[in-house]
Design a protein around this ligand. Structure first.
Ligand SMILES: Cc1cc2nc3c(=O)[nH]c(=O)nc-3n(C[C@H](O)[C@H](O)[C@H](O)COP(=O)(O)OP(=O)(O)OC[C@H]3O[C@@H](n4cnc5c(N)ncnc54)[C@H](O)[C@@H]3O)c2cc1C
Length: 353
């Protein structure tokens, strides 16, 4: 198992529970924050419970509603399901701890450099010179590429994250369309808020907290009001570039039956859907099931493609709409709340997926 994010940890946990010997390699030795909006919807919450995690006990903050705002317009969005916010350092650590408790061998602080196909399966060469061998390999390395196994698409979007102390309370998640992307603002632990931004073009101004806050505040009256007097908790925003939004893995003509892709290595849904972590969990759990059942990786990928095509298509459509006519999208959500609710549901994986 390469990577200890939600996809890799969920897969390792399920394999260990099924009595399969599994080693997970995670390059970070200690808990790390990741560029992420931290929004967990009901499907993700259900899957985390299934894996044995208690969101409330981990300190997750319940999200009471959602709002869309652009310029002077704002629309309340129906959030007809439970939703939570939890920092990634906490969530990812809890999943890794659960995988280790279930019996997975979790190796931290060493990176995989390359994977080698051999007659008996795979050899994984690590940064410390160690070589691991096993009959199957699961690529769960998220946004980072492994030499020789890179995803077939590179994107333009840059993602940024800045935890904040707001001057007033926040109980909702806000979706704030911006030129070339969007910002999300939602409550986080310890009375903080999490500001997350994805934009098609990186701008130097975004590399400072002041520049980032100015850019988001310029997009809507609501953001300007909420961000007035906000105190950044970090000196610089966390950033990641080259996000391949819309990437959905397709196997080449000859597929290796023992090389499985999960999470962001399989598909990258536009992050405004708030669905990436659920997809990561769902694919990790499903990959473990496929390995236990001896399913060919090509069949597993084809099954996943079928399940993911619809949410990917709808999320892409919404991202384009917000990008091209942010004011119109807010107005439509205001006037047609049932349609907005329908669209929000279409961007999610089914419960059973
Ligand atoms: C701007 C933005 C906002 C988002 N907001 C949300 C949101 O609100 N809700 C939501 O559900 N999703 C959101 N997402 C998506 C979500 O963050 C991802 O879909 C999710 O993290 C994917 O999980 P993963 O396990 O596939 O990868 P990751 O979480 O990226 O984990 C991969 C792991 O692999 C490790 N790794 C990588 N390379 C190596 C290597 N060579 N050797 C060893 N270890 C390695 C990394 O250290 C990392 O821990 C957002 C994404 C972005 C960019």
């Amino acid at each position: 198992m390469l990577g200890g994010g939600p996809a890799g940890a969920a897969a390792a946990l399920c394999l260990a529970r099924a009595g399969i010997s599994v080693t997970l390699i995670e390059r970070e030795a200690a808990p790390q924050e990741k560029v992420c909006g931290e929004f967990l919807g009901s499907n993700a919450a259900r899957r985390l419970r299934h894996l044995g995690l208690d969101l409330a006990a981990l300190g997750a903050v319940s999200i009471e509603g959602a709002r869309l705002a652009s310029g002077a317009r704002r629309a309340a969005l129906d959030l007809p399901f439970e939703a939570w916010g939890l920092p990634r350092a906490r969530l990812d650590e809890a999943l890794l701890a659960a995988a280790a408790t279930a019996g997975a061998n979790v190796m931290r602080g060493c990176a995989a450099r390359r994977a080698e196909r051999v007659a008996e399966g795979w050899r994984l060469h690590l940064s410390d010179g160690m070589v691991l061998a096993g009959p199957a390999l699961v690529l769960a390395n998220g946004k980072h590429e492994l030499r020789g196994q890179a995803r077939a698409q590179r994107g333009q979007h840059v993602g940024l994250k800045l935890p904040l102390r707001l001057s007033g309370p926040l109980a909702e998640v806000l979706l704030l369309p911006l030129r070339g992307g969007y910002a999300g603002l939602q409550p986080s632990v310890g009375g903080q808020a999490n500001l997350c931004v994805a934009l098609r073009k990186a701008d130097k101004a975004l590399s400072t907290p002041e520049g980032l806050l100015r850019t988001v505040a310029a997009g809507s009256d609501l953001a300007a009001m909420l961000l007035a007097g906000a105190i950044p908790v970090r000196k610089k925003p966390l950033a990641i570039a080259g996000l391949p939004y819309g990437f959905l893995h397709r196997d080449a003509a000859h597929v290796d039956g023992t090389l499985f892709r999960v999470g962001d290595q399989f598909a990258v849904i536009p992050s405004l859907a708030g669905e990436g972590m659920d997809m990561a969990l769902a694919s990790g759990i499903a990959a473990a099931g496929a390995i236990v059942a001896g399913e060919h990786a090509g069949r597993f990928h084809a099954r996943m493609r079928r399940a993911w095509q619809r949410p990917m298509r709808w999320a892409g459509l919404v991202a384009r709409l917000l990008d091209q006519t942010p004011g119109g999208a807010v107005r439509a959500a205001e006037m047609l709340p049932l349609a907005a609710r329908f669209v929000a549901g279409r961007m999610r994986l089914g419960h059973g997926a």
